[in-house]
Design a protein around this ligand. Structure first.
Ligand code: FES
Length: 158
């Protein structure tokens, strides 16, 4: 795995982002995105860094990080998977598909494969019920899922 950049290496990009907004606090979300994209997850140091750039108290930055499921608070795999476990997807066969995915990856909700390739997070409705059961891999939506389709998606990423 490549070394993580120090947050200070992101200062120039942070400056550009902050300068786009009239109020510095509006840059909290994009700066958290930047830190997560470069580091892989949002560390306590990243929260501190965002706080310094935006003048938003670090406790509030922390609230944002814990509120939005898109921010990872611990390292995740190179291909983060979010699997919808809300009713509409469950009714369409989501549980069976999720069981298959877990078996295939050998991990449970909240875990990362030993090779660091995939991590799995069970998620609330991802607003793509029409393709349920569905999951999001690297930000891209896939569905309707069945065992064969899951195998194909994972094989392409191996
Ligand atoms: S219930 Fe699964 S995307 Fe909405």
């Amino acid at each position: 795995m490549s070394a993580q950049p120090a947050l200070s290496q992101l200062d120039a990009e942070a400056q550009k982002i902050v300068s786009k907004y009239d109020k510095k606090h509006a840059a909290v979300l994009p700066l958290l995105h930047l830190a997560q994209e470069k580091i892989g997850h949002v560390t306590p140091e990243a929260e501190q860094w965002v706080s310094q750039w935006t003048q938003v108290p670090v406790a509030h930055v922390r609230e944002v990080v814990t509120f939005y499921s898109m921010y990872h608070q611990k390292p995740v795999g190179r291909h983060p998977i979010r699997f919808c476990t809300t009713t509409s997807c469950v009714l369409m066969g989501g549980e069976k598909a999720l069981d298959h995915l877990k078996k295939k990856l050998g991990i449970q909700n909240g875990e990362t494969t030993p090779d660091g390739k995939f991590s799995l997070e069970e998620a609330e409705c991802l607003c793509a019920c029409e393709i349920g059961p569905m999951m999001q891999v690297d930000g891209k939506y896939h569905g309707p899922l069945n065992e064969k389709k899951i195998d194909e998606i994972l094989d392409k990423l191996k």
